[in-house]
Design a protein around this ligand. Structure first.
Ligand SMILES: [Zn+2]
Length: 237
């Protein structure tokens, strides 16, 4: 008696059923890409770090949690690449530890120079993350070196647009009140993201707050409307 192969793309297939609650299925069928929130247990301030498994295991933002390397190793033996949305400390504090752990073949994609960078990113570049091709969209305003990664289904938005945070639910945006930041530039970046976002993107992985599954365009549109009011994100108490 042979085992009947699971139908490709069958979402009910037991082979493809995630057993770990932190696994967020991105796409059914073939070698499925999964996204793991590897900094979920942090008790220090960190961005969300996301490990994307599949053909090209990639870490989007290492974050600042001690021990993130061990969490990554719980899921994959090898890491192909690290992709940085930007280089604020809460996003890159663990970058060198990750580079040290996963060795000299690890690609490090970043817009700005970093001593570990192996490939410079520019607006319009395509990079592989997991099983999908993502377009690099330059999205400054919160940080001069900020990029977002957009595929047919998924957006890694860093700190440009987030689903929720202390300021807003369902459509917030990165702070722009510190040196070198600009709300006007951020607004242009959010508009650029909307222009470049394919229809049907359903998964939003932002640098802070919760993961969102649903109408990502609507969340971004809401964030844009709030940012366009040009009111302080965090009003003085
Ligand atoms: Zn930041």
């Amino acid at each position: 008696m042979g085992t009947v192969a699971a139908k490709r793309g069958d979402p009910e297939s037991p082979i493809e059923t995630p057993t770990d609650a932190s696994i967020l299925p991105v796409r059914a069928g073939r070698a499925r890409m999964e996204v793991h929130h590897v900094t979920a247990d942090a008790d220090t301030f960190t961005c969300n770090g996301f490990l994307v498994t599949g053909e090209c295991p990639t870490l989007v933002d290492p974050g600042a949690m001690d021990g993130v390397v061990d969490v990554i190793r719980d899921h994959v033996d090898d890491l192909e690449a690290v992709a940085l949305t930007h280089q604020h400390g809460d996003h890159v504090a663990q970058l060198e530890a990750v580079v040290e752990a996963f060795g000299p073949t690890l690609e490090v994609y970043a817009y700005d120079h970093h001593q570990t960078r192996t490939q410079a990113l520019a607006d319009g570049d395509e990079i592989e993350i997991g099983d999908d091709s993502f377009e690099v969209v330059y999205t400054p305003g919160h940080a001069d070196d900020h990029v977002s990664f957009v595929s047919e289904t998924t957006l890694f938005s860093g700190d440009v647009v987030v689903h929720n945070d202390g300021a807003f639910e369902y459509g917030s945006f990165g702070r722009t009140d510190m040196a070198g930041q600009s709300r006007e530039t951020l607004i242009e970046s959010i508009e650029r993201l909307l222009e470049r976002l394919p229809d049907g993107v359903e998964h939003l992985y932002a640098g802070h707050g919760d993961v969102f599954h649903g109408d990502v365009r609507d969340v971004i549109q809401t964030a844009l409307e709030r940012a366009e009011k040009r009111e302080p994100k965090y009003p003085d108490p």
